[in-house]
Design a protein around this ligand. Structure first.
Ligand code: FAD
Length: 355
């Protein structure tokens, strides 16, 4: 590590690696802290918790060989990988990039351009003077001219053992990410929650081609969502509200979800709802505890951008990218996009200072 780093990146999801790729190519020699494993958070970000990723541009799912053969010039077919063994559907090769695989590729791309990676958490920062300082769990403070925060946000779950057992096998926290997967497609599903996000997730699923009934399960007898969203849920022919109910258990056959067991919060009666999937939509928690009081945040702890369409934060030289500054889109591709923006913003900031 040099005395004063030009750019320190905190976080190892799509935002962190994209920022690193751009910063490294701009000769900022980024130093990236990738974090350590904890419940609901691991290096390589939230995608490392999932299996198939079907919606990241450039990684089509399906019979990729046939797709590329039809899409690119025959001279480029030599570098087509064969579909991995065991990935067939209807007798044809079928493959979608796995979450971990996609993240490993992003990390490799950042390493290829000279990004230096430290397997540690940043536990504190001092942004009150120059140079900026970030403090890793196991060492001395690192000084930096610019810092890119890309620590992401983790989905909140109900905390049930059975929910844990069926994650990625019928339990998800992202309808936009997973709703179109075969295990959920054209099947009755449950969305848990009563806020705007829950209604949005339910509406998204209900509007998919051939959607079955989408049960919106809420523990109270009214939604917390805005009136517009409430109307959308109430008036949708495919959305059925299940009031005063909490999930007690996710039921399955060992490989997939078959139902959820509900308890009525008014009279404690129990019932079963036959569904092929449960989407938990009870909010996210941004990973900003170590930044409390150091950067301006919204009431939910997401970092605020101080200027529209710029990744600048309330502290000059500190930029925020990905889900940590986004409580709305929360996608890998939007995170990668803002990661790129943060690196360009950092580069321009340094150029303006004459570095
Ligand atoms: C199960 C699941 C499936 C999903 N599927 C899809 C999908 O199919 N398509 C899609 O587009 N999106 C999907 N998403 C959403 C997507 O994963 C996120 O939008 C995206 O990963 C956010 O990227 P990020 O870089 O902002 O943060 P993250 O991916 O959350 O990465 C941040 C990482 O930074 C590290 N970190 C955190 N705090 C610190 C610290 N203090 N010091 C050092 N390091 C730290 C951690 O390792 C953390 O994992 C899915 C999410 C989940 C949970």
């Amino acid at each position: 590590m040099s005395d004063i780093e030009r750019t320190v990146i905190i976080g190892s999801g799509p935002a962190g690696w994209s920022a690193a790729i751009y910063a490294a190519r701009a000769n900022l020699r980024p130093l990236l802290f990738e974090g350590t494993a904890k419940p609901e958070m691991i290096p390589l970000g939230q995608l490392a918790f999932t299996t198939e990723v079907e919606n990241y541009a450039g990684f089509p799912a399906g019979n990729i060989r046939a797709f590329v053969e039809s899409a690119v010039d025959s001279q480029r077919h030599y570098n087509l990988p064969p579909a991995p063994k065991g990935h067939e559907k209807d007798g044809l090769p079928h493959y979608a990039v796995q979450g971990v695989e996609l993240m490993e590729l992003m990390k490799q791309q950042a390493l290829n351009f000279g990004t230096r990676v430290v397997g540690d958490d940043i536990v504190d920062v001092d942004f009150s003077s120059r140079p900026l300082k970030v403090v890793p769990a196991s060492g001395d403070a690192v000084e930096a001219q610019t810092v890119i925060v890309a620590t992401g946000a983790r989905a909140n779950y109900l905390g049930l053992e059975s929910e844990e057992e069926y994650k990625n096998r019928g339990v998800s926290a992202c309808a936009v990410c997973d709703g179109a997967l075969p295990m959920y497609r054209r099947k009755p599903l449950a969305v848990i929650g009563g806020g705007d996000t829950a209604v949005e997730e339910a509406s998204y699923l209900a509007n998919l081609d051939g959607a079955e009934t989408i049960y919106l399960v809420h523990r109270r007898d009214e939604l917390r969502a805005s009136q517009v969203m409430q109307d959308r849920a109430m008036n949708h022919p495919k959305i059925q509200l299940v009031w005063n109910s909490v999930v007690e258990e996710v039921l399955g056959d060992g490989t997939k979800v078959t139902a959820i067991r509900l308890k009525n919060t008014k009279d404690d009666t129990q019932s079963e709802l036959a569904v092929a999937g449960m989407f938990v939509a009870i909010g996210h928690t941004p990973n900003t505890t170590f930044l409390q009081g150091k950067l301006e945040m919204n009431s939910s702890g997401y970092i605020k951008w101080s200027e529209a369409f710029r990744t600048k934060t309330s502290v000059p030289g500190v930029f925020a990218a990905g889900d940590v500054a986004d409580d709305y889109y929360r996608q890998a591709i939007t995170s990668a996009g803002t990661g790129c923006m943060a690196a360009l913003d950092a580069e321009r900031y340094l150029a303006e200072l004459g570095h």
